[in-house]
Design a protein around this ligand. Structure first.
Ligand code: SF4
Length: 337
């Protein structure tokens, strides 16, 4: 794995501004703002898997889509292989999209039900002008379809004729057929039966090795991230609260939120070793995020300072970073649980 960043994200922010009705406009109401992603900076190195973990609704998918400009960022910068993506015009963006692809979470919703597998998987070749003829296009589709574990005689079927796992294989084929370098894997196994999840994860790992791919792998399942990622970024309410090599972060998490996530993972070697840290309350709304440290409304270690002052991400050595006012007090929810 290279130490060169293939992807660099700097201070990326994505806010969605709500629409006002005429009555609200006349009453001079302010539009609501969903602060989905706030000031996120990270790098993904060539050939690595960066895991992005956090609860559902914390902004992980929005971040993945903002990186690819499927959702236009509000501010910040994304640089891919030395080229700034955030300022590209539509033609240049189309070119770079060949190299930056996404595998969606829901294989039921992400495939057009009125298109055959051949049409779905072949579309990126057409969009990027990567086939010299209809025969060439068909041959390329067959090659990728067979590589992901389907058969050439299934090409003219429709998505509803396949199982969930097979549909996700079709989604993977569609992402890979343009020979990309970087893939956002957006919860690619969470909609699948547990028995199928391992097969899809192994397929993604094999393809990564064969094709020299780099993944941003989004998941809410810390066991999946622990199995496949090289580094991990932990997200809470639109912000990265901890990041570093996966072994360092998962074996010695420093942020209380990461510790609470880790406490939910069964320790097969030491059953009963640590009690689960149950966070009180739900994830706050990104419409009205808490002041100071956004985790303070649920953090068992919160003190007054946490309510007024946002912590700054600190370098803990070895590429491990975390943002918490109490990092140096050697407190751990895992020990006190
Ligand atoms: Fe908890 Fe305070 Fe640290 Fe935030 S800054 S994680 S509220 S102790």
């Amino acid at each position: 794995m290279s130490t060169e960043p293939l992807l660099k994200v700097e201070n990326l922010t994505k806010h969605y501004v709500g629409r006002l009705s005429l009555a609200q406009r006349l009453a001079r109401e302010k539009p609501s703002v969903v602060r989905a992603v706030s000031d996120v900076s990270l790098e993904v190195r060539k050939g690595e898997i960066l895991g992005l973990i956090g609860e559902s609704g914390c902004g992980k998918s929005t971040l993945g889509r903002a990186i690819l400009r499927l959702h236009e960022p509000t501010s910040g910068r994304v640089t891919f292989d030395g080229q700034e993506v955030t300022t590209l015009d539509p033609m240049a963006l189309k070119d770079i999209r060949r190299r930056m692809q996404i595998i969606f979470q829901d294989p039921y919703a992400s495939l057009n039900p009125r298109r055959t597998v051949a049409e779905i998987v072949g579309l990126p070749l057409k969009l990027h002008d990567l086939a010299t003829s209809a025969d060439d296009l068909r041959a390329k589709v067959i090659a990728i379809i067979e590589r992901i574990g389907l058969k050439a005689n299934q090409l003219d079927r429709y998505p509803h004729q396949f199982s969930g796992g097979q549909r996700q294989r079709i989604g993977i084929a569609r992402a890979l057929i343009s020979n990309p370098d970087f893939i956002v894997c957006d919860e690619p196994v969470s909609a699948l039966d547990v028995s199928i999840q391992a097969q899809i994860i192994e397929l993604l790992l094999e393809l990564k090795r064969e094709m020299g791919l780099t993944y941003l792998f989004i998941s809410h399942d810390i066991s999946v991230i622990g199995y496949l990622a090289d580094r991990v970024a932990v997200m809470y309410l639109g912000e990265i609260v901890e990041m570093g090599p996966v072994d360092a972060v998962l074996s010695a998490p420093r942020h209380p939120y990461t510790q609470s996530l880790m406490s939910a993972v069964p320790d097969v070697d030491h059953p009963g070793h640590a009690q689960r840290v149950r966070l009180t309350g739900d994830l706050p709304s990104p419409l009205d995020p808490p002041s100071g440290c956004k985790f303070h409304t649920r953090c068992p270690l919160a003190v007054d300072r946490c309510r007024s002052e946002a912590p700054i991400s600190e370098d803990l050595g070895g590429g491990h970073r975390a943002a918490c006012h109490r990092l140096h007090e050697k407190l751990s929810l895992l020990e006190t649980a």
